[in-house]
Design a protein around this ligand. Sequence first.
Ligand code: NAP
Ligand code: MG
Length: 462
Amino acid sequence: MKAHDGMYIDGEWRAGTGNTTISVVNPADEQTIAEVPAGTAEDIDAAVRAARAALPGWAATPPAERSVRIAALRDALAVRKDELAETITAELGSPLPFSEAVQVGLPLKVAGSYADLAASYPFEEKVGNSTVYLEPVGVVGAITPWNYPLHQIVNKVAPALAAGCTIVLKPAEDTPLTAQLFAEAAHDAGLPPGVFNLVTGLGPVAGQALAEHPDVDLVSFTGSTAVGRQIGATAGAAVKRVALELGGKSANVILPSADLATAVSRGVANVMSNSGQTCSAWTRMLVHSERYEEAVELAAAAAAKYGDRIGPLVNAKQQQRVRGYIEKGVAEGARLVAGGPEAPREKGYFVSPTVFADVTPDMTIAQEEIFGPVLSIIRYEDEDDALRIANGTVYGLAGAVWAGDDAEAVAFARRLDTGQVDINGGRFNPLAPFGGYKQSGVGRELGAHGLAEYLQTKSLQF
Ligand code: NAP
Ligand code: MG
């Protein structure tokens, strides 16, 4: 596949300072499809200096003009939508229809939403005898994961641009080709040199250099809790802003009055989508004991039907990790009703759609983020029991509640310690704030709340 052999810094592709490359592998057939340069601390430093130099000009650019550039970025991505979808399918493995509809379709909407918000957001407000200006935080270091490679980039870059910030992006090592296509689109959108910069590389090298760079004002990270904790500590020591989008172990709570068949089939689809590599996936299904066996049967049948339509996991390490969790589930006494730890195909990092019944809330598979196509079905006795189980993890990113009517579901949802809840199958809303309670993170992405993360206030008194 097409790949650039340099970094995108200060408006141009230039050679990196290192001499190693990262192999990009197609997880469906294990073939190497491209090599990209592995960035160094020097590359990060060059990119941060370019972003710093571009900051005063971009911050002073009227929001209406920033809006025009973000709309141009959206259009430049739209022109590449087929190439983006094919690239995501090649380096991540998600089936092409999913890449087209979700992996590319969603970020196009998000980019458009920030073109609109840049034009309409009140960057100035009156409070008594003060005028409050909402000014850009400054240079943003963005570190993104591979699970929704374009969406995670757009979620950070679009609001940062709208706010008047400049950016250095370090994308996941597994999906750098999508990030390179994004940089091409940013270039074609006519962003001034240095406003957006891309350094491909490894997390502990390029990522860490970016997170530790003294001239970065805000680190925005999406990924694992382990790395997020480390980045938060580094940022805290330097007294700089940090936004963390971390893991989840979300509950799909099916109340006794719900339409069970719909709630179960939608719940299974939610977990199997993107091969379970979704931080907000509803990986714990909570069902009342009276309807438990019926739900288990429905879920097992739904998962079996998924069969071959599921894509591989991103790499061999994730496949091993997920199979390890499935083995652990069996070892801890959960009842396997679909799938299992065996690799379903000889080639490619595939894991079968897997469903466990008789999962108790304290089991490893009910507590830890698996990041694979594995659903745990947990029994509850009454609503308070369901609430205790739903809230009984260190995470709080998302969830779902199903009931006979919305009011009953809402009453339950209001008691959940989590940042997003879908009521009776409510649709994803790209304008609604997305982010975690508890150890699922700090800060919010998407919509006006996502934009506010990249702003700081200055108050003038009269
Ligand atoms: P990860 O290591 O946290 O990766 C996220 C990003 O951080 C990548 O760009 C990564 O670079 C970078 N990174 C890694 N170590 C770093 C460091 N010391 N300093 C700065 N940046 C660093 O996550 P992963 O290894 O790809 O996946 C592991 C687990 O994380 C998954 O199984 C899942 O549980 C969770 N995860 C969560 C999300 C989410 O959306 N919340 C997304 C992906 C993964 P490299 O690509 O080079 O590692
Ligand atoms: Mg990693």
